[in-house]
Design a protein around this ligand. Structure first.
Ligand SMILES: Cc1cc2nc3c(=O)[nH]c(=O)nc-3n(C[C@H](O)[C@H](O)[C@H](O)COP(=O)(O)OP(=O)(O)OC[C@H]3O[C@@H](n4cnc5c(N)ncnc54)[C@H](O)[C@@H]3O)c2cc1C
Length: 439
């Protein structure tokens, strides 16, 4: 019987090293390549459903466009929707008698639910999820996910002895599509691009960036420069492509190992691997804790003593708090869709400690804004900093004045992003706020 497959691109917007796509190519006679622009940022209701920051949306659209043009030499094309994935897939199943569905496994609560809904609704269809975005083959881990070590250090000691999953080549050919190419949704076509964006989405740009980063020798000094606040060269900047799956950690490690053999192997090259292990850890952590990744009390059922103050939260989002370093970081994020790791630590610490805010609002805001938004890394790091996650110290407050002295001693970063341009008072109270005694 003729098999019609549907490949659902999600966090794997690439053709290279895509095990699920390769399997689909081998198993079906016809293949529909499908992706939807996800809704985001509606957690806790602070944004409208479907709202992504313009920077995040632009990176995603560029990645999808690049994927679409990379599919062309295979005689393929991408069907894109901005409606619900489940409804759109259901329509394609009926229209083309789809018998097999493939995607890269996604451990998000929402994404897993979508998969389960489809699998339940269509029991006659074969559903295949393959792991694509990890350093290690989950089957080779010497522990069950439920027994994931409770701290990163313990995990690292185990992980360092494990074999890295091999990178696989792209499929030689893809089966033809039964569906005609379609125009992209009007809203996406009409989206206005920023021609001065810092990053360009897509597998092609990812490959170029990977090559440039290593050929410029930046990896040899990563450990000394990685705490920078501004600029493209102080850290690898792999994250936006990793988050959208234009690049996989395995591909980075392959080039890293080559660099270590042919150019130099030192503390810095090791540290790039070390940071990628953090990402790996948070991905297993997200799988283990599932919905608890988003819980106020985190994984330890310890409720933080924070609350929600709309005015303070607004000041944090717009970069108008009494803390210039925080303001500069937030303005950088709002303008570029990116913030350094040091910056993220400082603004998160400020939100929780100085502003006394519920950490989930900060995490949700970053989900909306960051072009490298990665569910596991974002919510896992926020839990860590809010003291409700995997940090063995349980509490991590950064001294903002001291951090400014260390990382921005001349105030150049603060000036560049107008961190001083703010209100020095945290809570504004006017006469209308005072209770009026009843006569
Ligand atoms: C509050 C907060 C929120 C964060 N949200 C995200 C997010 O949504 N997406 C995301 O990719 N990273 C997130 N991070 C982790 C880290 O800040 C970014 O991965 C890093 O800044 C990306 O820049 P880079 O690629 O130049 O990193 P590099 O310093 O060059 O590191 C190389 C790679 O290692 C990984 N990595 C580095 N640090 C971490 C870390 N602490 N946790 C997990 N992976 C790490 C990333 O994949 C990164 O691309 C967050 C950190 C904090 C403190």
């Amino acid at each position: 019987m003729r098999q019609v497959g549907l490949f659902w691109f999600t966090n794997d917007l690439r053709i290279d090293n895509n095990a699920a796509l390769k399997q689909a190519a081998q198993e079906v006679d016809q293949l529909i390549c499908f992706a939807s622009v996800p809704s985001a940022g509606n957690i806790l209701g602070i944004n409208q459903p479907g709202q992504l920051s313009p920077q995040r949306l632009q990176f995603l659209l560029e990645s999808l466009e690049d994927l679409s043009s990379n599919l062309e030499p295979y005689g393929q094309h991408l069907i894109i929707t901005n409606h619900s994935s489940v409804d759109s897939i259901a329509q394609l199943i009926t229209q083309y008698s789809v018998s097999q569905i493939y995607r890269t496994s996604h451990k998000g609560v929402h994404e897993s639910r979508q998969w389960q809904i489809l699998a339940k609704r269509y029991p006659m269809i074969g559903f295949h999820q393959l792991d694509n975005n990890h350093i290690f083959d989950p089957a080779s881990l010497p522990f069950e996910i439920d027994d994931l070590p409770d701290s990163f250090s313990k995990f690292r000691r185990v992980a360092e002895n494990l074999e890295i999953k091999l990178v696989i080549s792209p499929p030689e050919s893809l089966p033809p599509s039964p569906a005609q190419p379609q125009q992209w949704p009007v809203e996406l076509q009409q989206f206005k691009r920023n021609t001065k964006a810092l990053f360009e989405g897509g597998e092609t740009a990812a490959r170029r960036h990977l090559h440039n980063y290593f050929s410029r020798g930046l990896a040899s000094t990563y450990k000394q420069t990685r705490n920078g606040l501004d600029g493209m060269d102080y850290s690898t900047k792999f994250s936006p492509w990793l988050a959208n799956g234009c690049l996989s950690p395995g591909q980075i490690i392959q080039v890293l190992r080559k660099y270590e053999q042919q150019v130099e192997s030192n503390d810095s090259t090791y540290w790039i691997y070390f940071e990628l292990l953090w990402r790996e850890y948070f991905h297993y952590y997200a799988e283990k804790y599932s919905a608890r990744l988003f819980a106020f009390s985190g994984i330890n059922n310890r409720r933080p003593k924070t609350s929600f103050y709309p005015q303070r939260f607004k000041k944090w989002c717009t970069g108008s708090t009494p803390y210039p370093i925080v303001n500069a970081c937030m303005k950088q994020l709002n303008s570029t869709g990116y913030m350094s790791n040091r910056g993220r630590q400082l603004v998160a610490s400020c939100l929780v400690h100085e502003l006394g805010l519920d950490w989930r609002y900060g995490a949700a805001y970053m989900e909306q804004q960051l072009i490298d938004y990665d569910m596991a890394s974002n919510w896992g790091n926020w839990q860590y900093l809010a003291g409700v996650g995997s940090d063995p110290r349980g509490h991590r407050q950064f001294n903002l004045a001291k951090q400014t002295e260390t990382y921005d001693p001349k105030g150049l970063f603060i000036d560049q992003w107008q961190g001083h341009n703010s209100d020095s008072i945290l809570d504004n109270t006017d006469a209308a706020d005072w209770p009026v005694a009843s006569q």
